[in-house]
Every structure is written in C-alpha cells, then in structure tokens.
Design a protein around this ligand. Structure first.
Ligand SMILES: [Zn+2]
Length: 66
C-alpha cells in the first residue's frame, strides 16, 4: 500500500471559495484561524488545491446547524 486514495478527499468544485482558499476548514467549514493541518492536495480544473482541516480534529457540529 502506498499513497493516499484521492477519493477520500472532497470534490473541490463542491467546496466554498473560502474552503478552496484554505481560509475555512475543508470538512466542517469553520474558520481555521491559527489552527489547522493539511488534509491533502487535490487537482481541480488543472490547478492544485491544498485542503486544510481543523487540528487536531474537527469539532462536532453545532446543535441546530446542518
Ligand atoms: Zn473542521
């Protein structure tokens, strides 16, 4: 086993611009602020996007928010 399957990463086209620009978490859409870690890199429209997620893990979703 070598390398990570790209299929585990979300479709960049479905992410918000802020998530694509690594301003928000690519998984839970929270502002990353000072904390965050690289989730992985995905290619979209010929560009390479580096997705960031909360570190160490995403917080559980806020109640009442979908
Ligand atoms: Zn998150």
């Amino acid at each position: 086993m070598s390398g990570q399957p790209v299929g585990s990463l979300p479709d960049v086209a479905r992410l918000r611009p802020r998530q694509q620009m690594a301003m928000d978490c690519a998984r839970c859409a929270r502002p990353l602020g000072s904390g965050g870690r690289v989730w992985g890199e995905v290619r979209h429209l010929g560009l390479l996007f580096r997705l960031w997620v909360c570190a160490p893990e995403c917080l559980p979703p806020v109640e009442g928010e979908r």
